[in-house]
Design a protein around this ligand. Sequence first.
Ligand code: PDD
Length: 280
Amino acid sequence: MYLNGQYVPYEEAKIPVEDRAFLFADGIYEVVRVYGGRPFDLEPHLRRLARSARELRLPEPDLEGLTRVTHELIRRNGVDEGTVYYQISRGVHAPRAHAFPGQPVEPTVLVLTHPLTPEAVAAGERRRQEGVTAITVPEQRWARCDIKSVSLLPNVLAKQQAAEQGAYEALFVRDGFVIEGSSSNVFAVIDGAIVTYPACNYILNGIARQRVIRDARSLGYTVLEQGIPLAALDRCQELFVTSTTSEVTPVVAVDGRPIGDGKVGPVVRALQQAYRAAAR
Ligand code: PDD
């Protein structure tokens, strides 16, 4: 893995216990998918990392350096199918204090690769073919979900609740609108139009989300960036989630009620095909 300017064996990497990511979740992250040894949409992911850094007043990350590190780690670790994880924290500051350190502190910068087993790849494929189920949960996060911060406790609890109920994803509901998943963006097909919550401070503007919106428009679909009313789930034709790791995954039931006819629909199939054509 890469840690603070050096390549080190994973087992030997050390981060001090008073790193602010550990004490305060004072840090940001990114996840990039690797297909056939190539990082997909690396540039927009790294641009978003830089934006997250600015929003938290972290030092500007060296994007050219991180691009080189990405390719080097994929090569060194022989990653074919997998992910790259980036995390930058405000670094070590002892003794513990909430406010930023008085002196500029070196951020902790790490990059890891995770290979995906053939079984994991096949499981994702199966979810995209057959569809998944979801539950709805009340929004309990902060008002800066546009920052890809490692402070993910409400997301973790929501996903765990979904898992315990046998569902794949938990969808956050804010003011009566389905706004995003615990680790994905959400789209509905309502009266033939594709509807997804606008990119604002209440959601993460997913890189997959942005790609799917572009693909949908070039395929001739109308895309409306507006809230999906919770009540509209009963009358939408299709529902799907997007993310770097799940691509375009159809949701065939929410809270135990089928979406549309309960089968994967044609809009999802067209968008999956477009996504796959770009990624592979
Ligand atoms: N999660 N919304 C949330 C809350 C997310 O955590 C993610 C991604 C997305 C989709 O973003 P993107 O299309 O850029 O992956 C939306 C990543 C994959 C994760 O936490 O592992």
